[in-house]
Design a binder for this molecule. Sequence first.
Ligand code: PSU
Ligand code: MN
Length: 313
Amino acid sequence: MPTPIPPQIAQFMDLHPEVAAALSAGHPVVALESTIISHGMPYPQNVKMAVDVEAVVRENGATPATIAVLGGRLKVGLTPDELEQLATDRRVQKISTRDLPFTVALGGHGATTVAATMRIAALAGIRVFATGGTGGVHRGAPETMDISADLAELARTNVCVVSAGVKSILDIGLTLEVLETQGVPAITLRATEFPAFYSRRSGFPSPLTVHSEAQAAQVLHAKWTLGLTGGVLLANPIPEDAEIPAAEIGPQIERALADMAALGLTGKDTTPYLLSRLVEITGGRSLDANIALVRHNAAVAARVAAEYAALQG
Ligand code: PSU
Ligand code: MN
């Protein structure tokens, strides 16, 4: 049976009643992040995506739990008004793990990155999480040391993150190296090449491959039953009909990176800038691809969560 949330954690958390009911019954739940809403896509496509993705999770047999911090409360499962607030309220900050205690203590509003969402999901007892793309090692990281906290969180928190791989705004090879060092299984679903977010192919072989959601769930079950703590990155290539081939998006990414360098942006502002600049450069095509891959990841995550729940008996 699932363990109840300890009172010292619960005092900071608002668990949506539907999510609470699913968790206590051992039914599958899928966590969803909120930085993708506030800092990943323009309005109004962002709120439409957030609502649609929750529906996709339900259609595939799980309960969605979109996660954020509002008024200092850890929110696990949001109302439609709260989704709208995340999509529109300029006071909402992009927050990662390091920011969580500050935002909670000062009563702020935070849209959670993959890292912060993983941590809150784990505190609530949710094991499977769907997003678009995860953070990784940024290009130029050997000088800047800009490595997403998503990787540190994957190293320590027991949550499976379903993503479309790693965007080639990042250094995919170095990202896979860090995941290996940290003991994080990077597994691609039904493909032998690690995907590059907008493109199905990255040129990097996937360290591991599974052929079904059931197999992915078996890996989670084995890992955590053995006490091998930490996350799993389950990479799910973008559907073929939505992909932007690497030959096309590659030069556009180079252009966005050059524009960013000219502006001198660093740190947490880089990923949001690159995503929005790419929407401009591609005339909206990168946004369509992004929405398609998030929906696909949500469906896969729901099926993995259902298979995993069945294994827990
Ligand atoms: N990749 C996307 N869309 C996003 C992000 C990544 O395609 O919105 C967000 C996620 O919330 C991820 C964060 O956790 O960017 C990583 O930011 P940083 O590189 O600053 O760690
Ligand atoms: Mn960073």
